[in-house]
Each structure stands twice: as C-alpha cells, then as structure tokens.
Design a protein around this ligand. Structure first.
Ligand code: 13P
Ligand code: SF4
Length: 305
C-alpha cells in the first residue's frame, strides 16, 4: 500500500464511520493530510467541544485525548498511539498542589493544559500557550500559582506584570534542550532570518526572539510576514509544515535536538488501524474525574474563546 492509498482509505473510512481526526501541529505531514482539524492545544480543545462526530481520533499525546473525552464524555475517544504521553504532564501530582493550596489559600492555581486529568481536578483554570496571557490578564485574582512549565509561566509573568505569579520547577524537556548559545549561533548563521520560538523555551532563548507564541501562532506569523527567512524554535516538524505552506520562504530549525519523541510515536499506519477499529487506546475516565477536571477547562474556554 502506498502512502497515498493509505490516506485515501483513512479518508473514506472516517467519513463512513463519522470519525473526526484531530491532529496536533507537531504530527508529521502525511498525518496532517488526513486531518479534519489541525491546530495547537487550544484550537484542538475548541474543536472537540464543537464537533458532531461519533468518534474522535486524537493524533497527539494523552492529555490531549483526555481533554477531548472530558468535553465529549459520551463519545468514543481514541489516542492514536497508546504510549504517546507528555513527560511534563506527569511532573506534578495532586498532593503537591493540595499542600500549596493549604499554605496559600489566597492564590488561584493556573494549570497549563499539559497536565493529567487527576491534577486538573485540584486546579482553578487551564491555559494553553496561545491563551495563557489573555486568560491570566482577564482573571479577577492578583495572586496566582502557574504550573507546571516555569518557562511559559515566566513568559506570562513578563507580559502581565500587574499579577503576582508564583512558579514551580517544571517544564518541557524538548524545548528546554535549546540553549541561548544555540540561539545566538543560529542568528549569526542566518543574519537575515527572524527567530520565532515557542514560550516553552528557556527565558534566554525567548529573550532573543522576534516572536514567541504557540505552534499555530508561529506558523501564522511566518505565513503573514514579509520576511523571507525564519529560524524555528520549536519542534522540528514545524519546519517541514512551513516549507509546504510557504515554498518561497526559507526555514531553519533552531536546534536539531528539538524533537518530541512522544509526538513522533504516531505513524500514518496507526491512524489507519484506528479507523479500521483495530488500533489506538480508548480513553476511559470515571464520571467524577470528568466532572472535576472539566471545571478548569470550561473556565479556560469561557475566558479564552
Ligand atoms: P501548543 O500546542 O499550545 O503550541 O503547545 C505545544 C506543545 O508542546 C504541545 O504539547
Ligand atoms: Fe510535552 Fe514538550 Fe512534547 Fe509538547 S513538546 S508533548 S510539552 S514534551
């Protein structure tokens, strides 16, 4: 079977079975081409809340599939590759946050959506990289704890100085691999290029950037810009997607090490197995966890929508 034939079969079967294929921007381009929706974490969440499909296939990582299940508990939700998890989502547990809440009863807990459903049950509001600044600004509370990504939290803190934001030590191992030295070297090698980075990068990298934003934010900035060359400071898949979107522009990865092995687990054949009904991991969650973990997600959609 060729890539094209497999894609055609996936498209035929998803229509026949009323399946919606949600694809995070870090997936490979052959998977993008069979998607009903491609986007960043916020866009995927909004889409899951709106779709009339019977089944969702989430091509991304586990917390994203859990979010879809919470928003559509009656629907069948499959994670395309059972082992695809986000290491950052596992970095903090409920007890740490419950202890913090006891010691700081005047603080609201803002959770990056890259957290487990269990952790979300003890948080007040979720945010994504594209909605964090807007939501933190809009919250009526001044004192906040931002978890788990301290790089993203620090970036939000810089843009919303009127809030008192505490951070905990956590973060994305993929983006944290990029060093300030690499950013300086890439700028020196491509002096005409603009540097576009994800705010999960270290502060010394973000400080050198011409633009910081979510995966879709980076893509639309590059697409709309009059500039012709860009250094891309996020998962390397975005370089290839931009090369397809803007064949007249040049894109360079900021670091060849910025590869998320979990996002790369899913193959087109995994998606094929899911639509055939012989693959993927079905997401199962109890009603109480859904009810509690959904509150901060609904808050996020209400503030950020
Ligand atoms: P966004 O989807 O919000 O850009 O975040 C990137 C990411 O690391 C997802 O896991
Ligand atoms: Fe998690 Fe980072 Fe991979 Fe996103 S890129 S899934 S935050 S490890």
């Amino acid at each position: 079977m060729t890539t094209y034939e497999m894609q055609q079969e996936i498209i035929r079967l998803k229509k026949e079975k009323n399946i919606c294929i949600l694809v995070h921007a870090y997936q490979t381009h052959d998977i993008w081409e069979v998607a009903d929706y491609i986007g960043d974490s916020f866009g995927l969440t909004q889409q899951a809340a709106r779709s009339g499909a019977d089944t969702f296939i989430m091509c991304g990582v586990r917390f994203m599939a859990e979010t879809v299940k919470m928003l559509s508990p009656a629907k069948r939700v499959l994670l395309s590759s059972a082992d695809a998890g986000c290491p950052m989502a596992e970095q903090m547990d409920k007890d740490m946050i419950l202890q913090f809440r006891k010691e700081h009863p005047d603080h609201k807990v803002v959770a990056y959506i890259n957290t487990t459903a269990s952790l979300k049950t003890v948080c007040d509001v979720c945010v994504t990289s594209s909605s964090a600044v807007k939501i933190v600004k809009a919250l009526p509370d001044k004192k906040l704890l931002f978890i788990p990504d301290c790089n993203l939290g620090n970036w939000v803190r810089e843009q919303v100085p009127e809030k008192e934001i505490m951070l905990m030590q956590g973060g994305c191992p993929t983006h944290a691999r990029i060093t300030g030295k690499e950013a300086e070297a890439a700028k020196a090698a491509h002096p005409e290029a603009l540097l576009l980075v994800h705010p999960e990068c270290r502060p010394e990298v973000t400080a050198l950037a011409d633009y910081a934003g979510s995966t879709t934010g980076i893509m639309s900035y590059a697409e709309k810009s009059d500039a012709k060359e860009f250094i891309i400071g996020t998962e390397t898949s975005i370089v290839q997607h931009l090369q397809f979107a803007c064949p007249d522009k040049r894109f360079y990865p900021l670091s060849k090490d910025c590869v998320c092995h979990n996002m790369r687990l899913t193959t087109l054949a995994d998606v094929y197995d899911c639509v055939l009904g012989r693959g993927g991991a079905e997401i199962e969650m109890d009603a109480e966890t859904i009810a509690q973990a959904r509150r901060p997600i609904d808050e996020m959609l209400a503030y950020g929508g």
